[in-house]
Design a protein around this ligand. Structure first.
Ligand code: FEO
Ligand code: CA
Ligand code: CA
Length: 661
C-alpha cells in the first residue's frame, strides 16, 4: 500500500534507467585512492580544517570517545528490534507527540474531524505524511519546525474511499494535505525540565504551502519552452510542490525541500506521440492510463495528453525562506531535475556553496552542485542567488579491487575494503552544457539522460547525502536495490539483490567540497549482523544493532551519524527505526538503535540536538488491508482511532543531554 501511494509502485515497474553506461569503471583511470588519501593525512586535515555547514571552522578536537567506551552522544541503552503498534525509546527516555496530521496551526482552523474533513480545514492544519523535519531555534524556548507532507494515503484518510471514483472534495483535501508546513513550537509552558513541544497557534511565521500555492521557477532553465503551459506562457510560475521527501537547511537560514516521486500524479503518458517526449517521460517513470489518484479528472494539468509540459515543472529542489511568510518559494533549476530525495549544503574551502543530492531510483545517480559565488554570512539577498548560478556534477565511482573479487555476495575483496576513487563529471554550468547533444536547459530538465550520456555510476537508490559538519566527509544512504544482479555487482554497489542497503563514505580531494575528485569506501553494508554479507566499518558485529534500508541521515553535535530507515518491515520483519553510529575513533561502526516507530510506519526527519531527538512518523499502520474502516494501527491516539502521521520529540526523563552518561 505504501508503495502505491508514496511512489506509484516504483519498484514494481521496470527500471527507468535503460542506458548502456558501464557498470564497471576503468580501474586504470583511478587517480585518487582513499588509502592514499589516508596515508597523506587528508582525513586529519579534514578534521582540522574543513568548514562546517554553518560556515565556521570545524572543531579540531580529537573524536569524543572515552577509552573503550561508546561515543559521547550515543550513550543510551540500545533498544531491541520492535514489531508492535508503539513508539519505543530507550530506558530513561520519554517521548511526546509534537504535532499530528490535522492539528490546527491557526486558531480559525477546526479541530481535526476525519469524518468531516475538508480542503478548507486542511489548509489551516498540519498536512499528511510528514517526512523531512527541520528545526530553527527562535530563542526563548521557541523553535520553528519546517516539515514536508510527502503524499496522501486516501484509503486511510477518508471514510468510504472508492479509489476508482474519488470525489472532488476528497481530491481537493488531498491537494491541501500535500506540500509543506512551517509552524512554531514552544516548550516553555510545561516547565523548566520538560522537553515536550507544542504548536504555537497563529505564530506570525506559521504557514501552509500546498498543491495550489505559487512557486517560482528560477535559474538557467526558468522560462524554457519545455516549462511553458497553457496556464503559464512564461514558464516561470508553478502551482504546487509534490511528493516532497527529505530536505536540508542551508547555512543562510533557508529550507531546501526535494520533489521526489512526482511522476505518479500524471496520467496518459501513452497518449504523447512525439518519440523524444515519450522517451523523456519514460526515463522519469511516467506511465500510461489514469493516475492512481485520478487528479486529472479534476485538473487537466495532470493529464499529459493535454498539458505535456506540466510534468517538467516538478522534480526540482525548492528553496523556501521560512522567515518571510510572504515569500514565493523558488524551484531552483540549476540543481537539476530528477527524483530528488534531499539536498544538503556544505561550504567549500573558498566559500562556495556545495549541495549534495541523490536521485532515489534503482540504478540512478549521485549529484552535487557547486555555486559560482561564495556564501557571505549575513548577506540574505546575495545568498538567495547562490543556488541559481553554478555547475551541476554527477558522480562516477571506480573500485580499486579486481572486478573478479566483487562477486555479488558482499564478501570483502582481497584488500579488505569496498573502496576506490571517484570523479565529479560536470554536466552544465549556467547556460553552458557539458553534455554533447543536449542544450543547457535540456541537461537541467532531463538531468537523468545527461547522467546516462556521460557514464555516471548506477547506484542502489541514492537517498540522503549528508556532509559531516565535523570532518567534511560525506555520507550517502543507498536504501536498497533488489533488481541488481550478480553480474551488475561492482565495488560501490557490491551486493546482488541488495535488500538491506548500504552507506557510502566519500572524502573529497584536498578536503575541499568543491573538488573534482574524491575517495570513497563503504562504511556500512546493512542487515542482520549475523548475515555474513553485512559489514559495520570493521566493528565487532556481535556488538551492533541490526539495521536495514538506510534512508535519512543527520549528524549530532558530537559528529555521530544518525540513520533512519525505510523498509525494515519487509527485510528484517521489524519496525522502522532510528540509529546512531560513530564515524570516527575506536567505536567507528558501532551502530546503536535509539528508537522504533509503530508498525507500518517509516522513520523520517530526523533532527538530533543535545536536548531532543525529533523524528517524523510517516504512514503509521499503512500496511496491505488497512483502511479508514479497518485501521491496523491506532497510534498515536489509541482506542479505535485511525493512525495519524506525527512529529515526535524524544528526550531524557531527567532533563540531561541526549546520549550522555
Ligand atoms: Fe521519499 Fe526516497 O524516500
Ligand atoms: Ca577495494
Ligand atoms: Ca526518504
Amino acid at each position: 500500500m505504501t508503495c502505491e501511494y508514496r511512489c506509484g509502485n516504483a519498484c514494481f515497474h521496470k527500471v527507468p534507467n535503460t542506458s548502456s553506461n558501464a557498470y564497471f569503471g576503468d580501474v586504470a583511470a583511478s587517480a585518487f585512492s582513499r588509502r592514499a588519501a589516508l596515508q597523506a593525512g587528508t582525513v586529519l586535515a579534514l578534521a582540522g580544517g574543513a568548514t562546517s555547514a554553518l560556515g565556521q571552522g570545524a572543531a579540531a578536537a580529537p573524536p569524543p570517545h572515552a577509552p573503550g567506551g561508546t561515543a559521547v552522544g550515543l550513550r543510551f541503552e540500545p533498544i531491541q528490534q520492535q514489531t508492535g503498534d508503539a513508539f519505543t525509546v530507550p530506558p530513561g527516555y520519554l517521548h511526546d507527540v509534537v504535532i499530528r496530521w490535522g492539528d490546527p496551526i491557526f486558531s480559525d482552523a477546526p479541530e481535526f474531524d476525519p469524518e468531516n474533513q475538508s480542503a478548507e480545514a486542511q489548509l489551516r492544519q498540519f498536512g499528511y505524511n510528514n517526512d523531512h523535519v527541520g528545526l530553527f531555534d527562535l530563542g526563548r524556548g521557541e523553535h520553528l519546525i519546517v516539515a514536508n507532507h510527502e503524499y496522501s494515503s486516501e484509503p486511510m484518510m477518508f471514510p468510504r474511499y472508492d479509489p476508482e471514483n474519488p470525489t472532488q472534495a476528497q481530491v481537493e483535501t488531498a491537494w491541501a494535505a500535500h506540500g509543506l508546513t512551517v509552524v512554531a513550537v514552544s516548550g516553555e509552558w510545561r516547565g523548566r525540565r520538560s522537553r515536550a513541544l507544542d504548536p504555537v497557534l497563529d505564530h506570525p511565521l506559521n504557514r501552509r504551502l500546498h498543491t495550489s500555492s505559487e512557486f517560482e521557477l528560477t535559474g538557467p532553465a526558468a522560462g524554457s519552452e519545455l516549462l511553458r503551459t497553457s496556464a503559464d506562457a512564461e514558464g516561470r510560475t508553478v502551482l504546487g510542490t509534490l511528493n516532497n521527501c527529505a530536505g536540508g537547511l542551508t547555512p543562510w537560514g533557508t529550507w531546501l525541500t526535494a520533489e521526489e516521486n512526482f511522476n505518479q500524479y500524471f496520467a496518459n503518458a501513452d497518449a504523447v506521440a512525439d518519440p523524444t517526449a515519450r522517451e523523456r517521460l519514460s526515463r522519469y517513470g511516467a506511465t500510461g492510463g489514469e493516475s492512481g489518484r485520478k487528479w486529472e479528472r479534476f485538473d487537466a494539468r495532470f493529464d499529459l495528453a493535454l498539458e505535456p509540459n506540466e510534468f517538467n515543472r516538478f522534480g526540482w529542489i525548492v528553496e523556501v525562506d521560512p522567515f518571510d511568510p510572504t515569500s514565493t518559494p523558488k524551484k531552483r533549476t540549476a540543481l537539476g531535475r530528477f527524483k530528488h530525495e534531499a539536498a544538503n549544503v556544505q561550504i567549500a574551502a573558498d566559500g562556495r556553496a556545495v549541495a549534495y543530492m541523490g536521485d532515489d531510483e534503482r540504478f540512478d545517480y549521485l549529484y552535487k552542485f557547486v555555486s559560482d559565488e561564495a556564501y557571505v554570512e549575513g548577506d540574505v539577498a546575495h545568498n538567495a542567488t547562490l543556488l541559481d548560478n553554478g555547475t551541476l556534477y554527477v558522480a562516477r565511482l571506480t573500485g580499486d579491487s579486481p572486478a573478479s573479487q566483487i562477486d555479488g555476495s558482499g564478501t570483502l575483496p582481497g584488500d579488505g575494503e569496498f573502496d576506490g576513487s571517484g570523479e565529479w563529471i560536470p554536466l552544465v554550468s549556467g547556460n553552458t552544457s557539458h553534455v554533447p547533444g543536449m542544450t543547457a536547459q535540456e541537461v537541467l530538465i532531463f538531468t537523468r539522460q545527461a547522467g546516462d550520456a556521460v557514464g555516471a555510476t548506477k547506484m542502489d537508490r541514492p537517498e540522503d547525502v549528508e556532509p559531516s559538519p565535523r570532518t567534511g566527509a560525506v555520507y550517502v544512504a543507498l536504501t536498497n536495490n533488489t533488481s541488481r544482479t550478480a553480474a551488475q555487482a561492482e565495488e560501490p554497489n557490491p551486493r546482488a539483490v541488495n535488500k538491506f542497503g548500504h552507506v557510502l563514505e566519500l572524502v573529497e580531494a584536498g578536503s575541499d567540497a568543491s573538488a573534482a575528485t574524491f575517495a570513497w569506501s563503504i562504511f556500512l553494508l546493512c542487515g542482520d549482523p549475523e548475515d555474513p554479507s553485512t559489514y559495520f566499518a570493521g566493528y565487532d558485529k556481535s556488538q551492533v544493532s541490526p539495521i536495514s534500508c538506510p534512508d535519512n541521515l543527520a549528524f549530532d553535535d558530537h559528529g555521530n551519524l544518525w540513520i533512519s530507515t525505510d523498509g525494515q518491515p519487509g527485510t528484517l520483519g521489524t519496525n522502522d527505526a532510528l540509529y546512531g553510529v560513530a564515524v570516527e575513533g575506536r567505536q567507528r561502526g558501532e551502530v546503536r538503535q535509539f528508537l522504533a516507530v509503530p508498525a507500518g510506519g517509516e522513520t523520517c526527519g530526523p533532527v538530533i540536538t543535545d536536548d531532543r531527538v525529533l523524528v517524523a512518523v510517516q504512514h503509521p499502520g499503512e500496511v496491505d488491508g488497512a483502511s479508514y474502516e479497518t485501521p491496523l494501527s491506532h497510534w498515536p491516539d489509541g482506542g479505535s482511532s485511525i493512525p495519524r502521521p506525527s512529529v515526535v520529540a524524544t528526550y531524557r526523563a531527567d532533563g540531561k543531554k541526549i546520549g550522555h552518561a
